[in-house]
Design a protein around this ligand. Sequence first.
Ligand code: NAI
Ligand code: MG
Length: 499
Amino acid sequence: MVSTARAPGKGRKSEVARYQMYIDGKFVDAAGGKTFDVYDPATEGVIATCPAGEAEDVDRAVQAAVRAFYGGWRSVSAQERGRVLFRLAERVRARRAELAELETINSGKPIVESEYDMDDTATCFEYYGGLATKINGEVLPVPADAIAMAMREPVGIAGQIIPWNYPLMMAAWKIAPALAAGCTVVLKPAEQTPLSILKLAEDFEAVGLPPGVVNVVTGDGPGAGAPLVAHPKVRKIAFTGSAEVGKLIMRSAADQLKRVSLELGGKSPNIFFSDADFENAVDGALFGTFINQGEVCSAGSRVLVQQDIYKKFVDAAAAKAKTIRLGPGVDRETKMGPLVSAEQRDRVASYLKVGRGEAKVAAGGGTPKEFDTGWYVEPTIFYDVDNGARIAQEEIFGPVMSVIPFRDEAEAIRIANESPYGLAAAVWTRDIFKAFRVVKSLEAGIVWVNHMQPTFVEAPWGGYKMSGFGRELGHWGVEEYLETKQVFINLDEKPIGWY
Ligand code: NAI
Ligand code: MG
């Protein structure tokens, strides 16, 4: 079974836990017997091994999901499906400390952030537990000799592929609405961070999930993700990750006209007018970009600042950025942990090099020297950035802010929308007229006024343009897992008389 992962820590001998994946209600190895290593980004040590799932394992999981769907889950009452989700939420709350610690050890993020993630995970299960009994059809106002209805039914077997930045929370965002709708699930976590969902899977049976309703197949993208997308019995793919893989998924899904929802990256503008509360604004720029090490799809990494406060703003933001405490996520004083992988650290470091050539550095700009181990990157602020620069157009997915000056409202809106992406945006001002004008002009799926990043499970989440399509959370989230069936009931005893 699954044993607890423990961070090796300096001088301590590392204890490598052997995890198995969860298929048809059982913890199992990959059919091919292969495994891959899972790391602690703060120590760079291997903390666990996981089965390297491949097409055969995906097929086993999908067949289990098919049996579970037709064998009963789709006819389990909405009340019971809701209760299962409530019990899952209770388990997350009961195991908050343990799951948060594991999440931090595996992903690098500060423990305090992991604890909030666990709360949001539980809230998501609860929300959809409640929503399960509110998925109503409609009766339509047709002429008196008929009744027409729209019935809602589950799509069937859902394939779900998630990233490594909010591992358990992303799993909840995907699993919870699918179960509320009556779907069964094959979930593939990111190969960097598969541990927390496998830990929670220990409780699946106890909360009343029949075997096969939720399966977790571990493995990498080409090995396990691609066969899941291509599997003919999977009716819907929900994906969060890079735009590059989003395109691959859409192409592959086209062969079977499979439904797809995509939550991809962004390069979200965070707009500061000179009438904004200055202290809040500086905090908001840092929080918007640096939370979770900047590994956030909605990171406000393009900071647009009005000219008359621009210099003062850059100086204040840089001074504060230099005080951000880096360290292992398990340390409660840590405000920024290491990035998730050596690969991600290298990707971000390569953008730091690009940025040094494209703009000026106000803070950071490299990898810190004070750590012997850990995939750290300095919180970095580039300024005098041209919006056409690569560091203003491409998603970096690390603690890197690009500050761009603007003159007036029209220019701010124009720069903000000059991006292939459209996930999120924020506007800071004390002028309510201006705030709402800007809100209406921005091409983004989520817009904050005088804040950036917090979100509610009740509210829709998703992007415009190349940030994808479909919406998660709220009642929109469950729509992605529902079919609509028109039912026509004839009340006319001689209805046809045509021939
Ligand atoms: P990725 O998009 O390659 O990985 C995300 C998930 O997709 C993982 O579970 C991965 O195994 C899976 N995957 C990869 N290739 C696949 C394929 N061919 N078929 C099916 N599934 C596949 O992201 P990666 O490589 O970890 O990070 C690269 C960049 O992507 C980041 O620097 C960032 O810009 C962006 N990203 C955006 C995220 C978001 O929340 N929107 C999350 C993670 C990454
Ligand atoms: Mg990738």
